[in-house]
Ligand binder design. Structure first.
Ligand code: FE2
Ligand code: FE2
Length: 191
């Protein structure tokens, strides 16, 4: 499937605001790929498809994990929304013909992040947060300008914001996100 077909599929599948978000993530990922010298087509594919399982209800996500033999952690079973990365990556392979490992991993880890992310993982993780159609978020202008100059720092700021938000709302926190924050705190210290 080519990029236009993927866009058409997302337009059909996702509700209007999520489709717009996906286009926004694709565009920002494209620009970040140019700045950080990554393959723009791969960045666009990961961007447009990253939320391709975002419209799936929680019970259905759990069923899909069973169907595709995907491991589900305790946190994921109590907060099934987190699984849309994993299930989305499987759809990318099965339904959209994506074979590239880096694209697949970028879709899997876009929700939680993980320590030592690849360049494409960082691009998608960041684009997901700063794309222009999102509602205003704390420090968003600072994060946006940082993203185009110092990607690791932007990743760190997004993790900080995300964890603060999850704590304030009493939402479930995936330990992987905490580990990712600690990892990037060390990366920044070294620089
Ligand atoms: Fe997502
Ligand atoms: Fe997203």
């Amino acid at each position: 499937m080519d990029l236009n077909q993927m866009r058409d599929s997302m337009k059909m599948l996702l509700k209007e605001s999520r489709y717009r978000h996906s286009i926004g993530v694709e565009e920002v990922a494209h620009d970040l790929a140019i700045i950080y010298e990554y393959d723009t087509t791969k960045a666009c594919i990961a961007g447009i498809l990253h939320d391709c399982a975002r419209n799936i209800a929680d019970e259905e996500l759990l069923k899909e994990c069973e169907r595709y033999h995907l491991p589900v952690s305790d946190i994921e079973s109590s907060c099934a929304f987190l699984l849309h990365g994993k299930v989305g990556a499987t759809y990318a392979q099965q339904k959209y013909g994506v074979e590239d490992e880096e694209v697949i991993d970028a879709i899997i880890y876009h929700t939680t992040g993980r320590p030592a992310m690849t360049l494409l993982e960082k691009i998608i993780f960041t684009a997901d947060y700063i794309e222009p159609y999102r509602k205003p978020l704390p420090r968003i202008d600072e994060i946006r300008s940082t993203a185009y100059i110092e990607l690791d720092k932007a990743v760190y700021m997004i993790l900080e914001n995300t964890l603060m938000y999850l704590k304030n709302t009493g939402a479930v926190i995936d330990m992987l996100t905490v580990e990712t924050l600690e990892y990037y705190a060390k990366v920044l210290q070294k620089n």
